[in-house]
Design a protein around this ligand. Structure first.
Ligand SMILES: *Cc1c(COP(=O)(O)O)cnc(C)c1O
Length: 482
């Protein structure tokens, strides 16, 4: 009946997986062949209804009850969402427009061309590759187009939000590349240029990568291109998170600044479908990427996602500057308002942030994960992150906050004082619990409200959650659409 328990998965997760399986699928197997029991299984009609209920509950949470402050997530334009779930997704699509291998594709091939043109226009690129299922795959395409297995690359380390796909456990390592983490300037929350130049002369990388999962101030792309040129390396800018700042003309376009390739996810600040995108002004690299996309790593791509991406890009071309500047201003205001209430953002030489996201120092609130769980109970969705700040023993020292979704829902800087006030109240309630409970892990108590302090905290957090849920209903539309 059930899969064999995955012994390599953490025990807590294994327990959760087993509970989920039993709840939704039942205890046994009619044949008794694998579980050794004949306890009843849940009929498939009920399983289907159960899946529908879970997705409806998730949508309610995100669309009606909570504010999503996770910059790695966003809401789709409903017209894009309709296309994403249309019948075109599972149609075939392989081959060049005009030379598709299968019949019935004369409409889909036009969508593919239009979306690629919109991507190239929005990002001022000569070439756009849309047959990329995710940001991680966009990075893999970029590694394959620029490097061979065994080559060295230099990439942003995790201390400044560098992504796992650039490192040993991710796409780079799996493709056989050896990654050296670039030297960091904490003041700039970017790479240290002098030290990078020295490192590049020593390592002789085939590729240098920049950009990460938290971007606070503009990265010195043009200067890194000079370093790359000196050692004969290509430069990849990973815009998975910061693509909205670039598309909305708030940050300089890394392609204009000299990046050979720009990769991204399209569902984060861009607010499109879960998909990837790769852009370049370099014809030779683009030809390689075309072959990596097909016949390399995709056969039939998801035409529904490409159509949804087309709508998303049109929204950006029409309304992107307004959307991005409001995201950026709201992030700054929220960071300032939190700081004024004693919840301190991570600070660089130039301040808290010049983008749509920022980091909060989470140690006073039990670390990033505990703080994120506390906020979740109060109706705010965020995530932990590592910051170049004092370590938090046994956990992440930061919390990542971003404004893509709340601004797309119509919030502005004017809403940020109230947002900061509610978040501060929640974090302080969690903090009181941590202080009252130095002995054991406070996370469990916040989760279960199992102590006297725990239930008091629980009451405060559910009061805030009720207020958040009421306020949330003022922001049901999706703005900044063409
Ligand atoms: C999220 C992210 C990715 C991976 O994107 P997916 O679309 O989720 O595969 C790559 N790079 C960075 C910097 C990211 O933050």
């Amino acid at each position: 009946m059930f899969q064999t328990p995955q012994t390599w998965v953490p025990a807590g997760s294994r327990e959760r997986i087993e509970t989920i399986s039993r709840t939704h699928l039942g205890e046994g197997d009619p044949s008794g062949s694998r579980s050794g029991t004949t306890a009843p299984t849940v009929p498939m009609g009920e399983v289907v209804a159960g899946i529908e209920d879970l997705i409806a509950a998730s949508d309610r949470l995100h669309d009606e009850e909570a504010f999503n402050l996770n910059p790695a997530s966003n809401v789709l334009n409903p017209r894009a969402a309709a296309l994403l779930s249309s019948g075109s997704g599972p149609r075939t699509s392989l081959g060049y427009a005009g030379e598709k291998y299968e019949m019935g594709l004369k409409h889909i091939e036009q969508v593919e061309v239009v979306t690629a043109e919109l991507a190239a226009r929005l990002f001022n690129a000569s070439f756009a590759e849309v047959r990329v299922p995710s940001g991680a795959m966009a990075n893999l395409y970029a590694f394959m187009a620029t490097c061979s297995p065994g080559d060295d690359i230099i990439a942003s380390p995790t201390t400044i939000g560098g992504h796992v796909t650039h490192h040993a456990e991710g796409a780079a390592g799996l493709y056989g590349l050896h990654t050296t983490g670039s030297p960091v300037s904490i003041d700039a929350y970017s790479c240290d240029l002098d030290a990078l130049a020295n490192m590049a002369r020593e390592v002789k990388p085939r590729l240098i990568t920049m950009g990460g999962s938290l971007n606070l101030f503009e990265h010195p792309v043009a200067k890194v291109r000079e370093i790359a040129d000196e050692v004969g390396a290509h430069l990849l800018f990973d815009a998975a998170h910061v693509c909205g700042m670039i598309a909305g003309r708030q940050w300089a376009n890394p392609l204009d600044e000299g990046a050979h390739l720009m990769s991204m996810s399209t569902y984060k600040s861009l607010g499109g479908p879960s998909h990837g995108l790769l852009l370049s002004n370099d014809a030779e690299l683009s030809q390689r990427i075309d072959a990596i996309a097909f016949p390399g790593l995709t056969a039939n791509f998801d035409a529904g996602a490409v159509a949804a991406l087309g709508v998303t890009l049109a929204d950006w071309i029409e309304c992107g500057e307004d959307y991005a500047s409001e995201m950026r201003a709201s992030a700054s205001t929220l960071a300032d308002e939190l700081s004024a209430r004693g919840v301190e953002p991570f600070r660089c030489a130039e301040g808290f942030t010049d983008s749509h996201q920022f980091g909060l120092l989470a140690a006073p609130f039990g670390g990033g994960m505990t703080a994120a769980r506390t906020l979740e109970r109060a109706g705010f969705l965020t995530s932990g992150i590592g910051l170049p700040a004092p370590e938090f023993p046994g956990g992440q020292n930061g919390l990542r906050v971003g404004t893509p979704e709340i601004v797309r829902r119509g919030m502005t800087t004017a809403d940020m004082p109230r947002m900061a006030e509610l978040m501060t109240r929640a974090l302080e309630a969690g903090q009181a619990l941590c202080a009252a409970d130095q002995e054991g892990p406070s996370t469990a108590r916040v989760r279960h409200g199992s102590t006297r302090h725990g239930s008091a905290t629980e009451a405060i957090l559910s009061d805030i959650a009720a207020e958040v849920s009421t306020w949330r209903k003022d922001f049901t539309e999706v703005r900044h659409t063409a």
